[in-house]
Design a protein around this ligand. Sequence first.
Ligand SMILES: Cc1cc2nc3c(=O)[nH]c(=O)nc-3n(C[C@H](O)[C@H](O)[C@H](O)COP(=O)(O)OP(=O)(O)OC[C@H]3O[C@@H](n4cnc5c(N)ncnc54)[C@H](O)[C@@H]3O)c2cc1C
Length: 447
Amino acid sequence: MTQELHIVGGGMAGSEAAWQAANMGVNVVIHEMRPKVETFAHRTGNLAEMVCSNSFRSDDDEQNAVGLLHWEMRAANGLIMAMADKHRLPAGGALAVDRDPFSESVTDTLRALPNVRVEYGEITELPSDGHWIIATGPLTSSALGAAIQAETGAERLAFFDAIAPIVYAESIDMDVAWMQSRYDKGETEEEQKAYLNCPMNRDQYEAFIDALLAADKTEFHEGETAGYFDGCLPIEVMAERGRETLRHGPMKPVGLTNAHKPDEKAYAVVQLRRDNALGTLYNIVGFQTKMKYGAQTEVFKMIPGLENASFARLGGIHRNTFLNSPTLLDDQMRLRSRPNIRFAGQVTGVEGYVESAAMGLLAGRLAAAEILGKPLPTAPLNSAMGALVHHITGGAEAKTFQPMNVNFGLFQPVDGLKGGRRGRKDRYKAYTDRAKADWQGWLDAQS
Ligand SMILES: Cc1cc2nc3c(=O)[nH]c(=O)nc-3n(C[C@H](O)[C@H](O)[C@H](O)COP(=O)(O)OP(=O)(O)OC[C@H]3O[C@@H](n4cnc5c(N)ncnc54)[C@H](O)[C@@H]3O)c2cc1C
């Protein structure tokens, strides 16, 4: 066989993609810029370096979506999971990893394969022919970032995320909240009721501002703010600029009438907007934040209607290079305008070591199958892998697209099961049982 697969970036995604493609018999070249070109976060020249925490999060494959993704990657003979398991550290139900031996093992395993070559150097252009996977992660080098922007349009590759917290729709108290767009704007009833509104009286607003100001915050890492501009301020920074700032910004109450108490004018309103086509997830509009996770849940549960909220994702602002994948990628993770190039990992708009490795696993298999002349369907929709790839390549709202963790809000409902908190355990078990069967079926069809 003569056709090679080139993978740019030997991080979580690129390493897993290389392993999968090489095991399918394809020759692979990994182009990794480190240690020649450094980033502010990586410390070594190893492949699959964990840049910050050493956790792969929950390992529970029956009640947790990230644990399910672990299961699916193990079932697919994933290298990242195998090495994480080999270098596991005690951490209760979570999968914590001894980071240096982990990345050294990934590097050694890949370098020992006869059909994998690692070339150390930066790729600065988008290649016009051959089969490529770009897996350059949140810290894609600036030259390659510029080349991607030249292809996609500048507004479709972001360099910072601005993540507003996302709440499971079922956990919002609709006896308090109501659906309405400001001034009932929109042509259709669906548009006129596109937002979910949570009202605050004056006391609630003042207490909320106090809590925002007092909450523990995280700082940007050293070197992380290069190129950051003030366009997307954290809500707590807006609150620091004046106690009324939020009431004239994302929490303004104008143009809204409380459906439960039409005669009562809210002092401030928090708006949530649908975040996926399924309607299972809502993001809190304009609430990007650098508050610590524990503080976020405490503060956001002060919002009337969100007292019992379950969060699919908490907010954040990070240096993070990512594509507007819903408009740019097809379900095979190919760039629509240049189908010889796939993207994988965090640059596609997933977030986290596990999700990035998962997208590498999928892209590696899809690319290798195409090279071998036996193209594969993308991952089944009801698997964790499929739910995630479907979200980033189509299910998410393109206009407000921000990076996403895997979570059960991305899954199609299972018919006949109880909603709400009480039914959660059975529901999650049903999701994970269905996912495992479908994922195993997809794998078996390839063997
Ligand atoms: C500061 C920081 C802290 C983070 N903390 C966490 C955390 O605690 N937990 C978590 O789950 N996730 C964390 N993340 C996100 C984490 O980086 C990703 O989840 C994961 O590493 C992404 O995998 P990836 O393969 O997409 O990218 P990476 O693992 O970053 O791999 C991309 C690789 O591409 C290389 N590269 C970039 N540009 C080029 C180029 N032009 N040519 C050749 N090679 C190139 C890079 O050197 C790198 O090795 C953090 C990210 C940052 C920036």
